[in-house]
Design a binder for this molecule. Structure first.
Ligand SMILES: O=c1ccn([C@@H]2O[C@H](COP(=O)(O)O)[C@@H](O)[C@H]2O)c(=O)[nH]1
Length: 270
């Protein structure tokens, strides 16, 4: 099934816009994982099992696996999600961006090696750096537009002939999106910007990180970013769910945190 179809089904049938981010940091795991052979896989798998019914997607962040040589654990994690929870799309947060010939290999890594359904990309190198990902017709890509961090201002707010650079990125991505595979990353820390980009691109889906640990306003973000169908958003929370407890009850506490967040999002949708 195509990434966009999987997502639409999760929105419609499971009534959730929540995405649980999988950013596994060994230092924050409960003690029982210290002696595991595959701690990143085992920890994330318990989180996935505890939260699967609450999400529209999972988003593993590649740096947390690659920095410790745990790529095989990431591959197995995504394989298990697809096998045990078919229909839940996996977005690999990799923020790639390179010339076409190299981008082909990054696309192969994300979609063939890791088996992800979607990937995050930088827009900085332009259309031909994105095109190799679109050759995988069932897959999707979210392009960085207005990121959740403070330093995003350095470039994204630059004036481009009377409009900020992130508006130009939104317009360009809408233009490149001839196949319906593209969306935008916009931080929940900037609800006003979410609103302005929704007005420019009513048809694009948004990946929205920044609630939870980064303090983004759930109610304002949802109201600003949802589309006419009250969907169009994948709202990510990683640390606030993963590390809701460091005790043996971590999975149960993660589930409660996910349920609370899903319900808060749904309340804001009205
Ligand atoms: O603008 C962006 C783009 C990506 N991220 C990623 O999302 C998660 C956020 O984690 P939290 O623990 O919920 O803060 C993380 O993987 C980032 O790399 C982002 O935060 N902002």
């Amino acid at each position: 099934m195509k990434f966009t179809e999987m997502l639409q089904q999760r929105w419609d049938k499971n009534n959730t816009l929540l995405c649980v981010g999988l950013d596994p940091d060994l230092k924050r795991f409960p003690d029982k994982f210290a002696s595991c052979r595959h701690p990143y896989l085992d920890f994330c798998w318990e989180i996935v099992q505890a939260t699967a019914d609450t999400v529209c997607a999972f988003k593993p962040q590649i740096a947390y696996f690659a920095s410790v040589g745990a790529e095989d654990q990431l591959t197995e994690l995504i394989r298990r999600i697809h096998s045990e929870f078919p229909g839940i799309p996996v977005i690999l947060d990799a923020k790639r961006g390179d010339i076409g010939s190299t981008a082909k290999h990054y696309a192969k890594e994300a979609f063939e090696r890791f088996g992800a359904d979607c990937v995050t990309l930088s827009p900085y190198m332009g259309r031909d750096s994105v095109e190799p990902y679109l050759e995988y017709e069932d897959k999707g890509a979210f392009i960085l537009c207005r990121t959740s961090n403070k330093g995003g201002d350095d470039l994204q707010m630059l004036d481009c002939g009377g409009k900020p650079l992130y508006h130009v990125v939104a317009e360009k991505v809408a233009e490149w999106n001839t196949t319906g595979q593209l969306g935008l990353v916009i931080g929940a820390t900037y609800p006003n910007e979410l609103k302005s980009v929704r007005a420019i691109t009513p048809e694009l889906n948004f990946l929205v990180p920044g609630i939870g640990a980064q303090g983004g306003d759930v109610n304002a973000s949802v109201k600003s970013g949802m589309n006419a169908e009250k969907t169009g958003m994948i709202i990510n929370s990683s640390r606030a769910i993963l590390y809701a407890s460091q005790g043996d009850d971590f999975a149960q506490k993660a589930r409660f945190a996910a349920l609370r967040t899903r319900d808060e999002i749904n309340k804001a949708r009205g």
